[in-house]
Write a protein of this length. Structure first.
Lengths: 240, 265
C-alpha cells in the first residue's frame, strides 16, 4: 500500500523570507502524525502547499503515490482536509453542508447523506443533521467538519490546528476520536499543532521550527528522559 | 450522472440556497433598480427628451429607456456581490473547501460563476415583472429573447468580479473596489443616457462609455429585449467575458496564482 503522504525536500519562500527549508516527512497508514511547531514555524505554509492552495518552489509532494503537481485531481481526491478557519456554511444545515461537500467530490446527494450520517454517528452527532451549522458549538462544528472530510473516504486526513479556540473537553474528545479512527480504519492523519498536550507518547512527531524539521521520531523518543514539552523547548530554544 | 454534473449542480445549489436565505439581499437587489425606475426616471422624464434611436421604433419614455440599463445594473451588483462572497469565503475557509475539490479549478470557478448568473436571472426577471406593472411593456417575446443576453452579460460581469476577488486581499478593501468599479462602470455607460446624449455633454465621457464593457452589456440586453441583436456589443461581451474569466482562472492557479500568500503558523 502506498504511503498516504510523502513530502521530499520541499522549500518555499515569501520574497526573501524562507518559510520552509528542505522539509521532508512521511505520514504512513494507521498513524496519527503530529507536526509540532510554534506559531510562525511554517506549519500553515506546508499545509497550504499540501492542499495546493499554491505550489511549492521546490521539492515534491505525493499523496497516495500521486504527485500533487502532475496529478492534482487524483492527489486531492485522496485527501480530506480540516482547515484552521471555520469552513462550514453557518446559514446552512449540517445535512446541506454535507450534501455540498459530497457534490464537490462528485457524490450524489443520497450517497453523501448516508455517508455523512454514518460519520456523524461515530462522532455522536447523528441527531444534528437538520440543525443549522451556526447553532452548533465550536467543538460540534469541528466534528462535523471532520465527518465532512471523511465523506469521500480519503486515505489521508489533514488537520491544521483543528482544535484552536476549543475548550479542553472538546479538544481531548476530537483528538481521541481521530486517534481511534486512525487505528480502526488505517487512515493516515497529519495533525499540525502547537499544543503539546495533544500528542500521545507513541505518535510520530516532526518538530518544525523556522521552516526546518529539527527532529522526528516517536514522541516518547524525542522526549527522552524529559517531558515532550521540555524537549520541544530545548530543541526550539537552542535554535531560536 | 457524472461527478462533474453533480459537482457543478452542488455549487449552483449552494449559491441558490444562500441567496434564498438572504432575503434582504433579494430585497436590496430589487429595491435598488426600482428606486431608479420610480424616482430617478420619473424626475428625468421631463428633463431628458429621447429621439427615436435603435432598437426603439418610436419615441419612448425615459422609464422605457432606463429599464435595460437597470437590468444590467442588477447583474453588475450581483457579480460584485458574488465576488464579495468569495473574498469572505476565503477568509472563513469555505473558499478553500471549494478549491480542494478534485475537479479542475477552471471548472470550479466557472461553476461558481454560472451559479451567480442564475441568481442574477431571478433578480432581473422579478424586476422586469414589476417594471411591466409600472407600464414599461416591451414585446412579450423580448422576455425570452433577453435570456441569452442576460446569461452572457451576467457571465462577463461575474467574470470581472471573479477576477477582482482574486486580487483583493481582505474584505475591507472591497468597499473601495465597489466605489472604483461599480459606480464608474455604471455612470460612464449608456445605462442612464444614450451615447449620443453623452457626446453632447462630453466627448471624453462618450469615448470612455464606448470602451466600457458595461455599456455593451446594457446595449446587448436593450436590443435583445426589443428582439434585435447588437453585434458589436455581443462581440465585446463575449471577448471581455472570455478575457476576464481566463484572467481569473490564471489568478487562482496554484503556481502562478495571485492568491494571498501570508505567512502564518
Amino acid at each position: 500500500m502506498t504511503t498516504p503522504l510523502s513530502i521530499r525536500g520541499v522549500s518555499h519562500s515569501y520574497g526573501s523570507i524562507v518559510a520552509l527549508d528542505e522539509v521532508s516527512l512521511d505520514v504512513t497508514s494507521g498513524t496519527f502524525t503530529v507536526l509540532l511547531g510554534v506559531n510562525g514555524a511554517g506549519k500553515t505554509t506546508l499545509f497550504n502547499l499540501i492542499t495546493r492552495l499554491f505550489a511549492a518552489a521546490s521539492g515534491t509532494i505525493q499523496i497516495c503515490g500521486h504527485d500533487l503537481n502532475q496529478m492534482p485531481s487524483a492527489a486531492l481526491a485522496a485527501m480530506g482536509v480540516v482547515f484552521q478557519s471555520r469552513a462550514l456554511d453557518p446559514g446552512l444545515s449540517v445535512a446541506q453542508n454535507i450534501i455540498y461537500q459530497g457534490a464537490l467530490h462528485g457524490l450524489p446527494r443520497r450517497e453523501a447523506l448516508n455517508r455523512g450520517e454514518a460519520a456523524l454517528e461515530r462522532m455522536g452527532l447523528a441527531d444534528r443533521m437538520g440543525e443549522k451549522a451556526a447553532r452548533l458549538s465550536g467543538g460540534q462544528q469541528r466534528r462535523v467538519e471532520i465527518a465532512r472530510a471523511l465523506l469521500h473516504r480519503p486515505r489521508l486526513i489533514l488537520c491544521d490546528e483543528a482544535t484552536v479556540g476549543l475548550d479542553v473537553k472538546s479538544r481531548t474528545g476530537i483528538v481521541a476520536d481521530l486517534h481511534r479512527m486512525t487505528a480502526e480504519e488505517g487512515l493516515g492523519v497529519l495533525w499540525t499543532t502547537h499544543l503539546i498536550d495533544e500528542v500521545a507518547p507513541d505518535d510520530p512527531v516532526h518538530v518544525l521550527h523556522q521552516g526546518k524539521i529539527l527532529a522526528h521520531g516517536q514522541a516518547a523518543e524525542i522526549a527522552g528522559d524529559k517531558t515532550l514539552s521540555d524537549a520541544f523547548l530545548a530543541l526550539t530554544g537552542a535554535e531560536a | 450522472m457524472t461527478g462533474w454534473i453533480i459537482c457543478a449542480r452542488g455549487i449552483i445549489w449552494r449559491e441558490a440556497l444562500r441567496f434564498l436565505q438572504q432575503k434582504e439581499r433579494f430585497f436590496a437587489a430589487l429595491v435598488r433598480p426600482l428606486v431608479w425606475l420610480f424616482i430617478f426616471a420619473a424626475g428625468f422624464r421631463a428633463v431628458l427628451g429621447l429621439s427615436i434611436t435603435e432598437p426603439y421604433e418610436t419615441y419612448i419614455l425615459y422609464e422605457t429607456y432606463v429599464v435595460p440599463g437597470l437590468c444590467a445594473m442588477i447583474q453588475l451588483f450581483n457579480g460584485m456581490q458574488s465576488s464579495l462572497s468569495m473574498v469572505y469565503d476565503r477568509e472563513t475557509g469555505a473558499m478553500r473547501t471549494l478549491l480542494i475539490s478534485p475537479y479542475p479549478r477552471w471548472f470550479l470557478l466557472t461553476s461558481k460563476l454560472a451559479a451567480s448568473v442564475i441568481v442574477s436571472l431571478f433578480q432581473v426577471y422579478a424586476f422586469l415583472l414589476i417594471a411591466w406593472l409600472w407600464g414599461v411593456e416591451p414585446p412579450l417575446a423580448g422576455f425570452i429573447a433577453i435570456l441569452p443576453a442576460l446569461v452572457l452579460s451576467g457571465l462577463m460581469l461575474g467574470a470581472i468580479g471573479l477576477f477582482l476577488s482574486s486580487a483583493i486581499k481582505q474584505l475591507e478593501n472591497f468597499a473601495g473596489v465597489m466605489n472604483f468599479v461599480i459606480f464608474p462602470m455604471f455612470f460612464a455607460s449608456s445605462a442612464l443616457y444614450p451615447l449620443w446624449r453623452l457626446q453632447e455633454g462630453s466627448v471624453l465621457l462618450h469615448d470612455i462609455a464606448l470602451f466600457n464593457p458595461f455599456t455593451h452589456s446594457v446595449e446587448l440586453i436593450r436590443f435583445a429585449l426589443y428582439l434585435k441583436v447588437n453585434w458589436t456589443s455581443l462581440a465585446v461581451v463575449l471577448l471581455c467575458g472570455a478575457a476576464f474569466l481566463t484572467a481569473a482562472i490564471v489568478a487562482y492557479n496554484p503556481s502562478r496564482g495571485l492568491i494571498r500568500r501570508t505567512r502564518r503558523g
